[in-house]
Each structure stands twice: as structure tokens, then as C-alpha cells.
Unconditional design. Structure first.
Length: 235
């Protein structure tokens, strides 16, 4: 019986590019950073912007935020119900309008709160670029998942103990590599951390210093999908 191996060779040669299309986790992250920060401006970020936080049964909180990475400067002025509070960290030196006499006993100090705000806003608005910071550990596995009706490339990031204990997941558009969802658990999501943490849906975009930043962030509990609130860049 005569047969030709050419059709089989043709099939195998054409399968190879298909398998090669699956990017590594590092490649997905690099493509996401290239989408959000194409000119590498995050390291020199120096901008002031406004975020309005809307939560059920509460008045809106409007925060004017300045992040100046080259000068190691951060400030936040938050206004809710006409009450204004300020937090500033300038090269590690903290000043705040909250005095120890009016701080809640047993709670974090005013300057601990200032550091919390600095880390919070710098981290979330610096994503996905912040995922390359020292102490961030990118899992090599890329998952193709469907979440809330959309297809994503999903990356897992854990942190050195000195940085943080939460387990984070990031969901990227498989075509554009835009970051559209992120999620965290306070521990192993398949173990004790299963019913902890939150997921955040990102929508729209605004460009700040040539960096594409999600304009709207909607927060929900992982456990029961309960809506927590929305942060919107309003200026």
C-alpha cells in the first residue's frame, strides 16, 4: 500500500504556530504593561487627580490625591459630609490633620492611616506596572477563564511575607491585554481564604500622564457577590 506522509507533515507544521500562540505569564504581563503604560511613564509619575467613592447608605467621599514618585511625595485630602481630612507623606515624613487626641483609641495611628492610603492608591492606580516590584511573585501559569460573562487571561501573584499575605489574581483581555478585573483573597483561595476578599470590576479608561488607568472600579465580596462600592476618577 502506498501512502504519502506529506499531508501529515503539513498538519503538524500548521499545528506548531497554534501551540506557540499561548503566551507565558511574563509575556502576558509585559503586553499588559505595554498597553497601559506604552512609554514607561509610571516610574516618573507625578499627577494630581480626584476620586469619588460611592458606597451604599453613605455620603460620597471625594478625595484629591497627589502621587509624585520621583519626589517620594503623597498627599490625600478627603471630604465627606463637609468634614475634610488631610494626609501627607513627604520623603517618609508624615503630616495629617487628624490629631492623636481625636484619633480612635485602639485603631491605627493617623500616620499609619496615611501610609495605608499611600500604599493603597499607589498600588491600585499603578497596576499592572506594580506587579514587577520587588517582592511580587508571578506564578508561571496562565489560565484561560470565563468570569462574569467575559473571557480572560488570568495571572496569579503572591507576595513575600515582608510585603503582604494576600493572594491576587489579575484578569486581562485576551485580545488587547487591558486589565479588566482584579481579585484578592486573604489566604489560599482553595483553602482557608476561600470565603474572603473581594473582586473589582474595572470599566472605562482615563489617560493620566499617557498611562491608561481604569476610570471606574466596582467592588464586590468574593463570598456572595455583595456590592461594596464604586471608586470613580472624577477629575
Amino acid at each position: 500500500m502506498k501512502f504519502s506522509i506529506l499531508p501529515l507533515v503539513f498538519v503538524l507544521l500548521n499545528l506548531k504556530p497554534i501551540f506557540a500562540q499561548q503566551p507565558t505569564a511574563s509575556e502576558v504581563l509585559e503586553k499588559a504593561i505595554a498597553y497601559h503604560d506604552p512609554n514607561g511613564n509610571w516610574a516618573n509619575f507625578n499627577q494630581t487627580f480626584q476620586v469619588t467613592m460611592t458606597t451604599p447608605n453613605n455620603a460620597d467621599r471625594v478625595s484629591d490625591i497627589t502621587i509624585n514618585l520621583p519626589e517620594e511625595y503623597f498627599s490625600l485630602t478627603a471630604t465627606r459630609d463637609r468634614l475634610e481630612t488631610t494626609f501627607t507623606i513627604d520623603k517618609g515624613t508624615c503630616t495629617t490633620s487628624i490629631t492623636d487626641s481625636i484619633a480612635q483609641k485602639g485603631a491605627r495611628t493617623p500616620c499609619e492611616t496615611a501610609a495605608l492610603y499611600k500604599n493603597y492608591y499607589t498600588y491600585l492606580y499603578g497596576l499592572p506596572m506594580k506587579l514587577k516590584d520587588p517582592g511580587a511573585n508571578l506564578s508561571p501559569k496562565v489560565e484561560k477563564v470565563r468570569f462574569k460573562g467575559n473571557d480572560y487571561l488570568k495571572l496569579k501573584v503572591t507576595y513575600d511575607e515582608t510585603v503582604g499575605s494576600d493572594v491576587w489574581f489579575f484578569y486581562f483581555n485576551p485580545t488587547t491585554y487591558a486589565m479588566e478585573v482584579y481579585q484578592f483573597f486573604k489566604g489560599d483561595p482553595n483553602g482557608k481564604g476561600r470565603d474572603t476578599g473581594e473582586y473589582i470590576l474595572l470599566s472605562e479608561e482615563t489617560t493620566v500622564q499617557d498611562i491608561k488607568i481604569p476610570k471606574i472600579r466596582e467592588w464586590y465580596y468574593n463570598k456572595d457577590d455583595k456590592y461594596l462600592g464604586t471608586d470613580t476618577i472624577t477629575n
